[in-house]
Ligand binder design. Structure first.
Ligand SMILES: *[C@@H]1O[C@H](CO)[C@@H](O)[C@H](O)[C@H]1NC(C)=O
Ligand SMILES: *[C@@H]1O[C@H](CO)[C@@H](O)[C@H](O)[C@H]1NC(C)=O
Ligand SMILES: *[C@@H]1O[C@H](CO)[C@@H](O)[C@H](O)[C@H]1NC(C)=O
Ligand SMILES: *[C@@H]1O[C@H](CO)[C@@H](O)[C@H](O)[C@H]1NC(C)=O
Ligand SMILES: *[C@@H]1O[C@H](CO)[C@@H](O)[C@H](O)[C@H]1NC(C)=O
Length: 549
């Protein structure tokens, strides 16, 4: 077993925009370098090659531009755990872990066993890497080397807020990144049939609708009639675009931790943190309930815990903590570093809340022993090229968004609004993303602007936790109202997606739906198995956050 962090950033967090802090390492079932994707020949039909033990890998060649099928190609990486119950075989489930920019092949390496247990032995589980991501080529790589990328990604701007210079600095940095990416991924406008993918500009074909069409092609090349699919976070957007574009091709589909497809398409969906502060309130409440042995910054009431956190942050702002040696090298723990950690932990409260209590306690006590044992930034330079950090997050998001050209005043107003909606999430990537896309220079050749709605003949199961810091329950309700044939299932928990703190009740509903098409009754609310901080969690057996971060 090996451990991997950082590049598994995901559900809707730009790896490069938040302090790349990950204590929640995910375990990998195999060393990602033990299979050489670059040695695998792409083919126009799916040709499986054994990989990673019992798994199967392939690179599928599809048109870069579906309007010009004779033009250059994209090579889509596919990684599958085959069904073991062949007698009752039920076809293939495609999975996407979110991001955008999360790798489906890496998701199979980290979560394959959990997915097999969840859906059972009658399905193949297939992870694919969207355009720009992982071993899919062309990659969304804007830097000349991983070292250059690492140097750039040192967190010069962690949080954006009014009045401290962070917004203009973020805008300037985003302009630099946008120029680098335009040079690497924007093409030269020739678009000659005999030209290379690079000359066409692969960044113009990384939009979500192109990936939805890739999914349709994967299903057809597998010889199957309809798509079976499980997507979380950004993966729910992929599901919605697929359902809107190919409603008759929707087989059993589960989407969990729901992005609002319409606001994403029209505005860039940047104010999505409506419930983030409810998640933090739950931390304060659970800490007061859990007691001092389980919550290291325990106080008698939630308000007292909240005051203690305020005091810790104020002290840290007044006097940052120098750490000469951490797992990621020298570091300074600033207020923004602490806030960045806090924001990330809101996604996965079962493991995140206990960690938040520990690190805030260590900051309060200036425990440099504890603080030295953490990681505050990450490098992927020692991984194979296909798992090194890329710029897929921006390349995909900004392809889908309408062109924006916000002024500094508009960006400042945006950050002010985002921070009014959520004290804890407002200064982070969800408002930062729109700033990034304001600088972005590459335009998708065919951005999808049609309806994100449809009438479905096969019902779709839509899942949400009650308070989600990145995709509020209101999104799931809005999406269900737009598509005829969706059924909502709520898990009475906090955190990003139900999958990240999966209850027996939701797991059973997912399996019954995928296996038999059975839907939970309208209005079903599942109870969680575990309460963050109050119940102990075996960290080793609980997967950490996934991209869908
Ligand atoms: C791919 O599959 C199709 C349909 O079976 C077949 O006609 C075609 O020849 C195959 N292409 C290659 C390169 O094998
Ligand atoms: C592409 O190359 C082929 C032969 O290599 C040639 O026949 C064709 O005219 C070229 N097409 C364009 C658009 O240049
Ligand atoms: C500081 O952290 C270390 C490592 O986690 C721990 O063993 C020690 O008890 C902590 N010290 C205090 C004073 O809490
Ligand atoms: C964006 O707006 C600025 C100032 O309003 C203007 O100078 C610039 O030309 C605009 N850029 C684009 C691409 O529209
Ligand atoms: C599917 O339906 C069959 C027959 O009703 C039942 O025995 C089985 O338990 C169901 N499977 C799941 C996963 O719900």
């Amino acid at each position: 077993m090996m451990l991997l962090e950082e590049l598994l950033c995901s559900l809707l967090v730009g790896a490069s925009t938040v302090a790349a802090f990950r204590h929640n390492r995910r375990q990998l079932a195999a060393d990602p370098a033990s299979f050489d994707w670059s040695a695998l020949s792409p083919s126009e039909n799916i040709t499986w090659t054994p990989c990673y033990g019992e798994q199967q890998c392939a690179r599928l060649e599809l048109p870069l531009d579906y309007a010009t099928a004779a033009g250059p190609k994209a090579q889509i990486a596919l990684q599958m755990i085959p069904a073991t119950d062949r007698a009752n075989y039920q076809g293939t489930i495609l999975v996407n872990p979110g991001g955008p920019g999360g790798s489906g092949t890496l998701f199979i390496l980290t979560d394959g066993p959990k997915l097999v247990q969840l859906f059972g032995p009658t399905f193949d589980i297939l992870g694919f890497d969207p355009r720009g991501v992982g071993p899919t080529t062309p990659q969304a790589q804007c830097f000349d080397s991983p070292e250059q990328s690492d140097a750039w990604n040192l967190p010069e701007v962690i949080a954006v807020r009014e009045g401290d210079g962070s917004i203009p600095l973020a805008r300037a940095r985003d302009q630099v990144l946008a120029s680098l990416c335009a040079a690497k991924l924007g093409g030269n406008g020739k678009e000659d049939l005999n030209a290379t993918a690079e000359e066409w500009g692969p960044g113009r074909f990384m939009d979500t609708a192109s990936v939805a069409t890739d999914m349709l092609n994967i299903v057809e090349k597998l010889g199957q009639q309809k798509l079976q699919y499980f997507g979380g976070s950004y993966g729910t957007l992929l599901g919605q675009y697929f359902a809107a574009l190919y409603p008759d091709k929707v087989g059993r589909m589960i989407i969990d931790g729901v992005v609002d497809g319409v606001t994403w398409q029209r505005t860039g969906d940047y104010l999505v943190s409506a419930d983030a502060d409810r998640v933090m309130d739950t931390f304060f409440e659970n800490c007061a309930t859990a007691g001092a042995t389980k919550c290291e910054i325990w106080e008698r009431t939630p308000d007292a815990v909240a005051l203690r956190v305020d005091r810790i942050l104020a002290d840290l702002k007044a006097e940052p903590i120098p750490i000469s040696h951490s797992l990621s090298g020298p570091a300074v723990i600033t207020e923004d570093v602490a806030l960045g950690i806090l924001f990330e932990e809101l996604y996965t409260p079962l493991t995140g809340f206990p960690f938040m209590a520990s690190i805030f306690s260590a900051i309060e006590g200036r425990n440099t022993t504890f603080l030295s044992q953490q990681r505050y930034s990450g490098s992927t330079a020692d991984l194979p090229t296909w798992f090194q950090r890329t710029n897929a997050f921006q390349a995909i998001s900004c392809s889908d968004f309408p062109p924006v050209n916000d002024s500094l005043a508009e960006d400042t107003a945006l950050v002010r609004k985002a921070t009014a909606i959520s004290r804890w999430a407002g200064p982070f990537s969800l408002s930062r993303r729109r700033i990034s896309c304001g600088a972005w220079k590459i335009r998708a050749k065919a951005r999808y602007t049609g309806p994100v709605s449809a009438k479905l003949s096969t019902p779709v199961l839509v899942i949400s936790s009650k308070f989600d810091p990145a995709t509020p329950l209101a999104n799931a309700r809005a999406v269900v109202s737009r598509f005829e044939g969706m059924r909502l299932l709520v898990q009475d928990s906090v955190g990003h997606s139900a999958y990240e703190s999966l209850s027996t009740c939701v797991a059973d509903a997912m399996k019954a739906y995928m296996t038999n098409g059975t839907l939970p009754p309208v209005g079903t609310v599942c109870k969680p198995d575990l309460i963050p901080l109050v119940d102990s969690v075996n960290a080793a057996s609980t997967p950490g956050p996934l991209p869908p971060k």
